[in-house]
Design a protein around this ligand. Structure first.
Ligand SMILES: Nc1nc2c(ncn2[C@@H]2O[C@H](COP(=O)(O)OP(=O)(O)OP(=O)(O)O)[C@@H](O)[C@H]2O)c(=O)[nH]1
Ligand SMILES: [Zn+2]
Length: 429
């Protein structure tokens, strides 16, 4: 399994739970979670809702998963933003700045020393964050276990709880590793400005990214007040987003914001190009001006990257909002499943192709080409699918090449070590 340093891992491939899950779950009926009522013999879950962190998404499952950390004196926190060795977190005692660094994800026992779990296993290829695997780097949305009283009195991020979902893109540096944009997201709201040229390819790309993360995507058409009608755009987007809710709204007039709210649940992240109205919509959902918004260029409707950091804010009716900086170009990362779901119509058609490995190019009996031919599948959509698939294959091959190189380097090191050992043994005789 490939594993980028920031744990670019969907729910199915996530490193946690701990080696022996019964060590945690077996205790849930007898041990108290960090927010359980004192003396209560009930399940810790009974208290998750009364935690001050409930507004940030703390729930029964987290309460249970945290038991061993709580017993070790660690406190739970949700990561709002990470910045050069420090991160803003929210805790039951309010916001704090914590010292961060690569940490193990959910080891069976909370380590006394965060670096103790990052020793590399020589022969296996464990995932990021797993004991012996490359360590995890905290990101917005993570649930962390903090050890109080670190350097300068700041708490230290000692461990990360398993990520339920993770939004990963290929990193800006264009190396073969992924970059986690946000973790533990339930809804990805893809914002599309009705005031700018409709770029369906970008919608499809973001849908693949969202599906791959394990979260549920929703497409929000923003700035409805700037156009005479929304029906045409809604229909075109719906065609590029089969099975996905498409909602139009105007944060300026408030029209449709209720429908957007109804389509969101849990931790919500807004993704979309700069200037597409993420922060303005965020403020409408929050009911207050908590997020900075910016003007767009008159000529092309593009924004100026007003949001420069990620924020994590509780929504009034429940749920949590993450606002991300505008993403101009988002590269897919290991998103084969996400692509399959974003192009569910093509996936379904392909099941009827005569050949199992049909590339839908020239093959006889191709159901996908037949659908293009009879007008049921837009040619644009098949082209877009191909383009994104090519990109995804390319990223995957680069990650494979990197893993091969790492494996070769490791086996070289092992042979060197063996040679040295034999030499020393020979000398001993
Ligand atoms: N007319 C109108 N303008 C809007 C609406 N929503 C956003 N805008 C404007 O569009 C511009 C960009 O909005 P932002 O919310 O800053 O966009 P963003 O996606 O957060 O941009 P970045 O932070 O750069 O990623 C601002 O001038 C907003 O006032 C809307 O519903 N109607
Ligand atoms: Zn085919």
């Amino acid at each position: 399994m490939r594993s980028p340093p920031c744990a670019a891992l969907g729910p199915s491939s996530f490193p946690g739970p701990p080696a022996d899950p019964s060590r945690l779950t077996g205790r849930t009926r007898t041990r108290r979670g960090p927010f359980s009522r004192k003396g209560s013999k009930t399940l810790p879950s009974a208290s998750a809702g009364s935690s001050p962190l409930a507004a940030y998404g703390w729930d029964d499952a987290l309460d249970n998963a945290f038991i061993s950390y709580g017993a070790a004196g660690l406190i739970p926190a949700r990561v709002a933003a990470v910045d050069r060795g420090l991160c803003d977190v929210v805790t039951g005692q309010g916001p704090m700045r914590a010292v961060t660094g690569p940490v193990p994800a959910s080891p069976a026992d909370p380590p006394a020393d965060p670096s103790a779990h990052s020793s590399a296993g020589l022969f296996s290829d464990p995932p990021a964050g797993a004991p012996g695997g490359p360590p995890l780097v905290p990101c917005t949305g993570d649930w962390a276990a903090l050890r109080p009283g670190g350097p300068g009195g700041r708490p230290v991020v000692a461990a990360l709880l398993p990520r339920r979902t993770a939004i990963v893109r290929s990193s800006a540096s264009r190396d073969s590793r992924g970059q986690v944009l946000a973790a533990n997201v339930d809804t990805v709201a893809i914002t599309v400005s009705l005031d700018a040229r409709l770029d369906l390819g970008r919608v499809e790309r973001l849908l693949a990214l969202a599906f791959e993360s394990g979260a549920r995507p929703v497409v929000v058409l923003t700035k409805a007040d700037r156009v005479p009608g929304t029906a045409g755009a809604e229909a075109r987007v719906a065609e590029a987003a089969p099975g996905v809710d498409v909602v139009a709204c105007s944060a300026a007039s408030g029209g449709g914001v209720g429908a957007v709210r109804a389509a969101l649940h849990g931790t919500v992240v807004l993704v979309g190009p700069s200037g597409s109205g993420k922060s303005t919509l965020g403020n409408a959902l929050l009911g207050r001006d908590a997020l900075a918004t910016g003007a767009v260029r008159a000529g092309d409707g593009k924004g100026r990257h007003t949001t420069v950091r990620r924020e994590l804010l509780p929504l009034p009716g429940g749920g949590v909002l993450i606002d991300t900086p505008g993403l101009r170009g988002v590269g897919l990362f290991e998103a084969a499943d996400g692509l399959e779901r974003a192009f569910a119509d093509i996936t379904e058609l392909a099941a009827d192709c005569r050949f199992g490995d049909c590339a839908h190019r020239t093959e006889p009996g191709c159901a996908v080409l037949a659908a293009v031919e009879d007008g049921t599948l837009p040619r644009r959509r098949l082209d877009s699918h191909r383009k994104l698939q090519r990109e995804n294959d390319w990223i995957a091959s680069r990650a494979d090449a990197r893993l091969d190189a790492e494996r070769r380097a490791r086996s070289k090191e092992i042979s060197r070590w063996q040679r040295r050992m034999y030499r020393e043994r020979g000398r001993g005789r």
